[in-house]
Design a binder for this molecule. Structure first.
Ligand SMILES: Cc1cc2nc3c(=O)[nH]c(=O)nc-3n(C[C@H](O)[C@H](O)[C@H](O)COP(=O)(O)O)c2cc1C
Length: 214
């Protein structure tokens, strides 16, 4: 029984990467980029999916999955509807938390930071690259608002298809948020639950790296 369990464990931990410090960058953004690349190469299921948590006006946290669309020097970008529940929450409190989990690599990244809208030119550029149906959907969906029926949504889709048969402009309520991290924790699963946890805290412009108990 013991050896059977061990073989499962060993198999489960085939991505054990040895001494973590050897694999860490002085800038954690480089590590996020590398881990994302490795998740895509693996391939992990939905490597770009991440949970974004916001806090609403009553102090309630709420999480939802979005796609990480771009990594830039300042942080992580996802696109959404600015009038959605999350958009309204960020309007009142732009402290957010992002969680990324790649089970296939036994890795988790936990990010605290501030969300800010990305510039319109960037929104336009990304919106333009999307398929026609997604662009129409961005107009038709009043994200997070009550919908009386599926028909109401489909009627709005038809309305916008008639209105924008070819070129679909970006709706003003649609765009990206840049999450600028202030604290980033990298978690790497390792045998016997002796996992690695490496935390980067930002003070002024520099990142300070510490290690936490698992
Ligand atoms: C795999 C996956 C990817 C998603 N990607 C996005 C996304 O990039 N942007 C987005 O607004 N919603 C995305 N969603 C839907 C959100 O989880 C959520 O339902 C929606 O944004 C409304 O959230 P809110 O009412 O809390 O604002 C995705 C859902 C899943 C399961």
């Amino acid at each position: 029984m013991e050896s059977f369990l061990n073989s499962i464990r060993n198999d489960h931990h085939q991505f054990d990467s040895g001494k973590l410090e050897d694999h860490f960058d002085s800038n954690p953004n480089d590590t996020i980029a590398r881990w994302l690349r490795e998740a895509i190469e693996k391939p992990a299921n939905e490597p770009n999916a991440m949970s974004v948590s916001t806090v609403d006006s009553e102090g309630f946290p709420r999480s939802r999955i979005v796609y990480l669309k771009e990594l830039v020097e300042d942080g992580l970008i996802f696109y959404t509807n600015y009038s959605s529940f999350k958009g309204n929450s960020i309007e009142g409190n732009n402290k957010v938390h992002v969680l990324i989990f790649w089970p296939e690599l036994e890795r988790q990244i936990s990010i605290s930071g501030f969300a800010e809208k990305v510039p319109d030119e960037m929104n336009d550029l990304y919106f333009e690259s999307r398929p026609y149906g997604s662009k129409i959907g961005a107009w038709a969906s009043h994200q997070s608002e009550i919908l009386s029926s599926r028909q109401e949504l489909e009627d709005r889709v038809n309305f916008y298809v008639d209105k924008f048969p070819l070129n679909v402009p970006r709706p003003p309520h649609w765009g990206g948020y840049l999450v600028k991290p202030t604290k980033i924790e990298f978690w790497q699963g390792r045998p016997s639950r002796l996992h690695d946890r490496i935390v980067y805290m930002k003070n002024e412009k520099n990142w300070k790296m510490t290690r936490l108990n698992p």
